[in-house]
Design a protein around this ligand. Structure first.
Ligand SMILES: C[S@@+](CC[C@H](N)C(=O)[O-])C[C@H]1O[C@@H](n2cnc3c(N)ncnc32)[C@H](O)[C@@H]1O
Length: 236
């Protein structure tokens, strides 16, 4: 870990939060599973028959499992700095009988060899934990540096400017969505405290600026679900 990879202690992927993460994500992230399928559908039209895809912040492996169930011949390298998340992902992938073309690495993207080149990459629900002090940019740059020219990248992240009235409306609605999805009041308050200390909000305009600065072009938004956004783009 270095100063540009640290995320808030509010989200401890080595502890209880990591263990219960997927159940929470399925309930609270609008379009959670559907967004993975949308990403695969979009990538289908852009990659060759057997691409090598980098899955950044692979978490419990659900993105990899989704991709592998649709395209068992796609090679996937999943990378995650949390040992617990890599172990969960490995077990889930093996259980699903899908491990043949999957490699899991317990490290950061910048630890990958400098000369490796992927045909595509995804980064779901990771960048919003990193501060906009060079950390978000370093993550994007280390992904960009490991993609072939013309390769596609899918980014999915929370976004918004706290000073924007639209943010207020969307954030209020997201909290209502937690209730509608069955979360108890005490759990909602605890989760809200995590969001307020651990999410490093930036508006879409800043995301686009960071993407441009790190070598991405032709950025198109394919998804919006309350404060979540999904963008697909190319490495220049
Ligand atoms: C919210 S989970 C997302 C998992 C999965 N992509 C999903 O959408 O379900 C965030 C993951 O990012 C990992 N992570 C934390 N800091 C990271 C970093 N600097 N680079 C890559 N992954 C990171 C965490 O260990 C965790 O597994």
């Amino acid at each position: 870990m270095n100063q540009h990879t640290a995320i808030s202690d509010s989200f401890d992927f080595e502890g209880d939060y990591g263990e219960g993460y997927e159940e929470l994500a399925r309930a609270l992230i609008p379009g959670y599973l559907s967004s993975f399928r949308q990403a695969v559908a979009l990538l289908e039209g852009r990659v060759g028959s057997d691409p090598h895809v980098l899955v950044v912040g692979a978490g419990t492996g659900v993105e990899i499992i989704t991709m592998q169930m649709i395209h068992p011949t796609w090679r996937c390298t999943g990378i995650d700095p949390s040992r617990q998340m890599v172990d969960i992902a490995r077990d889930r992938i093996v259980e699903a009988g899908l491990g043949h073309s999957v490699e899991l690495r317990n490290e950061y993207v910048h630890d990958l060899p400098q000369d490796i080149r992927f045909d595509a990459a995804t980064c779901f629900n990771v960048m919003h934990f990193l501060a906009d002090d060079g950390s978000k940019e370093m993550l994007l740059q280390s992904i960009s540096d490991r993609l072939s020219s013309g390769a596609s990248f899918v980014l999915f992240d929370l976004h918004g400017a706290k000073t924007d009235p639209e943010y207020d409306e969307q954030y209020t609605a997201w909290r209502a969505y937690w209730r509608i999805r069955g979360m108890e009041e005490k759990d909602r308050l605890a989760f809200q405290a995590k969001i307020e200390t651990g999410i490093r909000w930036i508006p879409e305009s800043r995301i686009l600026q960071l993407l441009k600065a790190t070598g991405f072009v032709d950025v198109r938004r394919f998804f919006r679900g309350l404060l979540y956004g999904g963008w697909i783009m190319k490495r220049s």
